[in-house]
Design a protein around this ligand. Structure first.
Ligand code: HEM
Length: 227
């Protein structure tokens, strides 16, 4: 990769994607809040979604947590807690494998369901196919890297991501990284920039308060049939 393309891919493009991500969400929230949801399709065909949506979500959540915990926290912090680079890589490998083995078949399931069920297909706009296709490409490349490439990202990709986050980009860190990792990163950035305009916005409205809110008490009013 020549110098110009490298800077474009690992300095300019990440900031474009992140800017679209942040302002895109704000814009969508203000202008389109009525469609800020997961656009559930259960009522169109219930049985076909169960297994796929479950394994896909477990894989996706594990992936998000793994990337955040493994990449954003520097190795020196792990060292303080006695987790050396070898142990970190071991955990990342197995967690990545589990996440990928859940997410990739899950997203294929969701895609096939949308294509094969007539009622679902009739209610699937093209951008839903694009979204599922992009999720498949990004997670597929991630799984490919875990299974076949085994590159040590702790002192390359991870510090590069942190350099982007703290606005002091160090694209040189990405120079020796294998192409399959670079493709995973670039496609993930495209997905990040596309996400505010899709049903992925529901991630930010996860009903976490359900975990600690008080119970909703239902009382039958006197005279209700069957009371
Ligand atoms: C944060 C917690 C999350 C919650 C509570 C949640 C909840 C839901 C719900 C209720 C649906 C609708 C299922 C149906 O059709 O009935 C859905 C669909 C979906 N979710 Fe999530 N989700 C979460 C995180 C994620 C994440 C992290 C991703 C991907 C990165 C994701 C991607 C999707 C996709 C692509 C669909 C549409 C699947 C389809 O209908 O083809 N979700 N989610």
């Amino acid at each position: 990769m020549n110098g110009f393309l490298h800077t474009l891919g690992f300095v300019v493009f990440p900031y474009i994607a992140l800017t679209v991500f942040v302002f895109g969400h704000a814009w969508r929230y203000v202008t389109d809040w009525k469609r800020w949801n997961a656009a559930s399709s259960q009522f169109l065909h219930k049985d076909s979604i169960k297994g796929g949506i479950t394994i896909f979500h477990w894989g996706a959540l594990l992936t998000l947590l793994g990337h955040a915990g493994g990449m954003l926290i520097p190795q020196r912090i792990y060292d303080v807690f006695g987790v050396n680079a070898a142990a970190h890589n071991f955990m990342a490998h197995w967690a990545g494998l589990v996440a990928g083995m859940l997410m990739v078949p899950g997203v294929i399931w969701l895609l096939v369901r949308r294509i094969r069920q007539d009622r679902i297909a009739a209610n699937t706009p093209v951008h839903d196919y694009i979204l599922l296709g992009m999720l498949l490409v990004v997670s597929g490349l991630g799984l490919y890297n875990v299974v076949f490439t085994h590159y040590d990202v702790l002192y390359s990709v991870a510090p590069w991501i942190r350099s982007i986050v703290i606005l002091a980009p160090q694209p040189d860190l990405m120079a020796p990284v294998p192409v399959s990792y670079k493709l995973h990163i670039i496609t993930a950035l495209v997905l990040l920039g596309y996400s505010p305009f899709t049903r992925l916005v529901h991630i930010w409205s996860a009903p976490v308060t359900y975990l600690y809110r008080s119970y909703v008490i239902f009382r039958k009013s006197p005279g209700t049939k069957g009371a």
